[in-house]
Ligand binder design. Structure first.
Ligand code: F6R
Length: 608
């Protein structure tokens, strides 16, 4: 996720900007840049790479001036490169802009601005904002910013500097975080509190649809519509480590709570007029989509589990045979692949060695490869024929959470898009899916609100050495993910079973008091699931059941219940997995292990 900083005061801006950006490094980035007004012009220095590369560049050409903005970029539109790095300028270098978020209508705006003669130097969505500033400039910086903001749709936190009024900085927030730090004869802008904590603990947190006009001695808040905003300064008591985690104890918890936003961001711009539309991202024509004879999902770990959900979803909606493979196995099983096969590689990092090797194997056999990844410009993204990005933002905790739910969202979008292209999705089903997809962020928040119940359960099972997850259909796919998460975080041995398979051997392991988590969100197999629950209950298991809200049946057979908001059966995994993530988190905490860095594991596995 991009980082923004801004400074206006009586000191050299460059020092704060570089230092502030270094405090945002934990957010992840691939390039960095500064814009500083030097008394005559806005000077800009930016580069692909690390902050040290930027500092190096600047050391041979020091940037003078006491008002400026800075940015660390985490590529979204366009690969990491010097040109795509922020800040971006308009053609006459009157305005400099840094941005965090995604401008959904940037293509339309770009076309409009090109027609008017603006020349674009980057592939970013952000550059349209700088050009729009110049295009709509009416002699007043603040009113121009308001006009520009009205033209933008999507998520944007902005820092804007103008040569016309070099005694002020403007900050704007719309669905991307931004805070204003209040100092003495100096004020600050930052994406996140750690950037400014060394200088001030007094902050304003901007709300969506608000802006701040900042001078050396004053901060003025208003809405983008021009209404005054009166807000008390908030005094931050967090230390720097807590601030990096947004007030949570661990990155994992922060990322679990970021899921409603990650889902929203991953859906954004991909649903138009109630239809899923991926035509701007996938190069396959309708004819080619119709010609696909087989799909293979290939991935590792949690991403593999997203691929398992993919099998149910794509077979269910698009009626194409789907195989889901573990990437490290795929290459060595001599898979049957040809040009009618679509291979979908799923990888949060885009750098997993086994997944990359499988991608190359599939390509060498003639398959078309589509990547679902969280990192623009990653190896997987570069080598695939088509890419669908999961807009989860950087995932820092080793255990994957928001990347998984975002991968599921992309899988649903892909399923609906393929099914539609193949003439298999009625308007009615499309509307139902789209409506249910759009409800997911709010429903995820509802699930998160059950945290306390989940915590109590997790702490109670932390003393056990074995645990079972049961499910049927998509619940089985989610059970596998819940079991992996529990193992990697709490080091409790667990197994996930297709509930109907238990009696073919594993039932022998069920004994008095053993915890069983039974997922019953799939309405079509609920009765069968209840029978399986009774099988383990009869042998003394202590069962936590997951049931759709309103359930009156499953709850009679279990010891405790977690309720999942009602959604389309195919979409339930997005909501079901959240309590499972929380169970792993709290079981890990109860056992005193490191939540963000489980033993023996790495975030990105770049060896085969
Ligand atoms: C588990 C986890 C891993 C990754 C796997 C693939 O919580 O994070 O199982 O899912 O190593 O990583 P990516 O998605 O980066 O290819």
């Amino acid at each position: 996720m991009c980082g923004i900083v801004g400074y206006i005061g009586n000191k050299e801006a460059q020092n704060f900007l570089l230092e502030g950006l270094s405090k945002l490094e934990y957010r992840g980035y691939d390039s960095a840049g500064l814009a500083i007004y030097n008394g005559e012009a806005i000077s800009v220095q930016k580069t692909k790479g690390r902050l040290a590369d930027l500092a190096n560049k600047i050391s041979s050409n020091v940037m003078k001036g006491s008002i400026g903005i800075g940015h660390t970029r985490w590529a979204t539109h366009g690969k990491p490169s010097d040109e795509n790095s922020h800040p971006h300028l308009d053609g006459t270098e009157q305005f400099a802009v840094v941005h965090n978020g995604i401008i959904e209508n940037y293509m339309d705006l770009k076309e409009e601005l090109i027609e008017k003669g603006h020349v674009f130097l980057s592939e970013t969505d952000t550059e349209v904002i700088a050009k729009l500033m110049a295009d709509l400039y009416d002699g007043d910086l603040v009113s121009t910013v308001r006009k520009v903001a009205k033209r933008l749709s999507g998520a944007f936190a902005l820092g804007i500097l103008s040569k016309h009024e070099p005694n002020k900085l403007v900050a704007v927030r719309m669905a991307s975080p931004l805070v204003i730090g209040v100092g003495e004869e100096e004020n600050f802008i930052a994406s996140d509190i750690p950037a400014i904590l060394k200088h001030t603990r007094d902050v304003y947190i901007l709300e969506d649809g608000e802006m701040a006009v900042i001078t050396e001695g004053n901060v003025e808040l208003s809405t983008l519509d021009g209404a005054e905003v009166n807000r008390e300064v908030m005094r931050v008591s967090w230390d720097i480590e807590t601030a990096e985690k947004g007030g949570y104890d661990h990155f994992m918890m922060k990322e679990i709570y970021e899921q409603p936003k990650a889902i929203r961001d991953t859906l954004a711009g991909r649903i138009r007029n109630n239809q899923v539309d991926l035509s701007q991202e996938i190069g396959l024509t309708v004819e080619q989509l119709k010609g696909i004879e087989k799909i293979q999902f290939v991935a590792c770990g949690t991403a593999y589990h997203a691929g398992l959900v993919g099998k149910y979803v794509l077979e269910g909606l698009a009626r194409i045979p789907v195989e889901t493979d573990i990437a490290s196995e795929y290459r060595y099983r001599n898979p049957i692949v040809d040009e009618k096969t679509l291979v979908v590689v799923v990888s949060q990092s885009g750098e997993t060695a086994d997944t990359l090797a499988a991608l190359r194997e599939a390509k060498s056999k003639g398959a078309r490869v589509l990547a679902i990844t969280n990192v623009v410009g990653s190896s997987v993204a570069r080598e695939a024929d088509d890419v669908l990005i999961t807009w989860a933002g950087p995932e820092i905790a080793v255990a994957s959470t928001k990347a998984y739910t975002s991968q599921l969202i992309v899988v649903y979008l892909l399923g609906a898009y393929l099914a539609k292209a193949r003439g298999l999705l009625s308007e009615e089903t499309m509307t139902e899916l789209v409506t249910n997809l759009q409800q997911l962020p709010e429903q995820a928040e509802k699930v998160l609100a059950q945290e306390q119940t989940v915590e109590a359960y997790a702490r109670s099972i932390a003393k056990h050495h074995n645990l079972f997850f049961l499910g049927r259909g998509l619940d089985y796919a989610v059970a596998l993910e819940g079991s992996l998460k529990l193992k990697e975080l709490s080091y409790i041995h667990s197994e996930a079973y297709a509930a109907g398979e238990l009696k073919h051997g594993t039932l022998a392991l069920i004994e008095e008091g053993i915890p069983v988590i039974a997922l019953g969100t799939q309405k079509a197999v609920l009765d069968k699931m209840i029978s399986n629950i009774q099988e383990v209950k009869a042998r003394g298991a202590y069962v936590l059941g997951f049931a759709p809200e309103g359930d009156n049946e499953l709850k009679k057979s279990v010891d405790e219940v977690i309720y999942i908001p009602v959604t389309h059966d195919l979409l339930a995994p997005v909501l079901t997995v959240i309590p499972l993530q929380l169970i792993s988190y709290y079981a890990c905490q109860e056992r005193g292990y490191d939540v963000d860095k489980p033993r023996n594991l790495a975030k990105s596995v770049t060896v085969e």
